[in-house]
Design a protein around this ligand. Sequence first.
Ligand code: 5GP
Length: 194
Amino acid sequence: MKQLEERIREEGAILSDKVLKVDSFLNHQVDTELALATGKEFARVFAGERITKVLTIEASGIQFAMAAGIALGVPFVYAKKKKAITQSDKVYTAPVHSFTRGETYQVSVDQRFLGPEDRILIVDDFLATGAALVGLVDIVRESGAELVGVGAVIEKSFQEGRGLLEAKGVRIHSLARIVSMKPGEVHFASEEIY
Ligand code: 5GP
């Protein structure tokens, strides 16, 4: 998605060869127009898949799942990272290891919101190590729902996430695929000539 790539070039801060900071428009302050445009693009790419719900994980996937849900005309559900006292015990759970925080936590989705009748599109802000998305894929499969695919706003293709998801037979579509980066320089898969 050209508009997104341009924004990453203009405003993204590359903190190391692995970490991209995009908090001025994507995951702290959010450009609402851009977020809605990502939702439209996911809806276009996965058109015809009869998606019934969009699934993401709190917190920074929420605005993109909502945008995709709006564009598809379906609800979105976000997996919770902490158990709330209001949450029922009937939940699907999966462990997710956070490499940025160095801890493993359980994510959960109430069983009332996911089931065999659903066709699910998973959406998240980043596909990096894939840990978060693999957790969501496992939850979808445990629920008996059909997984249509995974949509990532930004993919860091040089990390292992894509490979892990492909090994699980998951269709992936990323709106900006970064093949390499270092401070002051970012390269997208769309620039490559095959
Ligand atoms: P994973 O490593 O499980 O694919 O990514 C987990 C989460 O870490 C992502 O949803 C995203 O919120 C965060 N993350 C991973 N890589 C980056 C990055 O380069 N920049 C930012 N801002 N967040 C990231």
